[in-house]
Design a protein around this ligand. Structure first.
Ligand code: IMP
Ligand code: MG
Length: 310
């Protein structure tokens, strides 16, 4: 049985009012973590990177965040390219000296796309945005969804699964997937709020299931898993209702951006680190009706930001 990785708990270790952030971006990031009930500490630990002969620390590094339950350090990089290079060097050194540490570097580009995803980026950036490149054509999607349907049909033989779709992005995928499953099955839907920059908000179920899932074989159907924070929250909620089994099928897996490592049982396609629209996926509610999946973004931003990831 698939289990969510974080468990119900008190809100953040550090309270947003108490942290002394160096940048607005850090505060925004903290506020987003709060929204998804991901506990964090701000700069809780300093790692010595270089010492002199007497053991005095010559160089040190304090990652911006520690995500307590994920055992993950996160460093936000909103700086100029020259400083990024220095940060890369420090991070390499940190990983050599402390191989047991999990640390993730979020670039300015990652951070801006997080904001753009929640529709709270700067207005002029939104305006310059458009559909860029088709990643998966309608027929590629059709073929893959057909395969997924066949695989799930085999795995659930003799059972009567309940497909739980997360609205609204899942509409196209759900409609196609269920028609490629030759099993008795039921479908249900729910709506979950997403981060909107409101400090007082928290992720919640806006529209709950109409079915009781206790003892049922539940298959969550998701359009895309990005940071994993939405799915993590959802799985905690559903697991608590004691289904017989709980699995996940996601059409798209944006694995490179994962913060919370939720296990996905079935994946249609892996997508690169880009915002995508179409086949149900939106940007500010538009583009859901495109029959293909395409990248969406601002050319200007892409050209400016460093392309490399370590
Ligand atoms: P997560 O909580 O970061 O994993 O985000 C999950 C939700 O954000 C998905 O269910 C989508 O609704 C939305 N989302 C994430 N990435 C994209 C994207 O590239 N295009 C459109 N929506 C996205
Ligand atoms: Mg969604």
């Amino acid at each position: 049985m698939t289990r969510p990785l974080i468990h119900a708990r008190e809100p953040s270790v550090t309270r947003i009012e108490d942290a002394r952030f160096a940048h607005g971006s850090e505060e925004e990031f903290a506020s987003m973590l709060d929204f998804y009930n991901v506990r964090w500490e701000y700069e809780p630990r300093t790692f010595a990177l270089r010492r002199d002969e007497d053991g005095r620390v010559l160089e040190a590094f304090s990652p911006d965040f520690y995500l307590t339950d994920l055992d993950l350090y996160v460093e936000l990089t909103t700086l100029k390219q020259g400083l990024v290079t220095d940060k890369h060097r420090k991070l390499r050194r940190l990983r050599e000296l402390y191989p047991e540490i999990n640390i993730k570097l979020l670039y300015k580009r990652d951070y801006l796309s997080l904001l753009a995803k929640y529709g709270i980026g700067a207005a002029h950036e939104q305006e310059a945005m458009g559909v860029r490149e088709v990643l998966f054509t309608a027929s590629e999607i059709e073929r893959r969804v057909n395969e997924l349907g066949a695989e799930i049909t085999r795995d659930y033989a003799g059972k009567e699964p309940l497909l739980v779709g997360v609205l609204k992005g899942v509409t196209c995928f759900m409609a196609d997937l269920m028609r490629h499953m030759s099993l008795p099955l039921a479908v249900d839907f729910m709506t979950i709020s997403s981060y909107d920059g409101d400090r007082s908000g928290a992720v919640r179920i806006m529209q709950d299931l109409s079915e009781n899932i206790e003892g049922r074989d539940v298959l969550i159907v998701e359009d895309i898993v990005d940071t994993g924070m939405t799915l993590n929250h959802l799985m905690r909620q559903l697991q608590a209702r004691n289904p017989a089994s709980l699995r996940v099928v996601a059409l798209l897996d944006k694995r490179v951006r994962r913060l919370v490592n939720v296990p996905l049982d079935y994946v249609g396609f892996e997508v690169p680190d880009a915002f995508v629209v179409g086949y149900g996926l939106d940007h500010a509610q538009r583009f859901r009706n495109l029959p293909f999946v395409a990248t969406f973004g601002a050319e200007k931003l892409r050209a400016q930001e460093p392309a490399e990831h370590e």
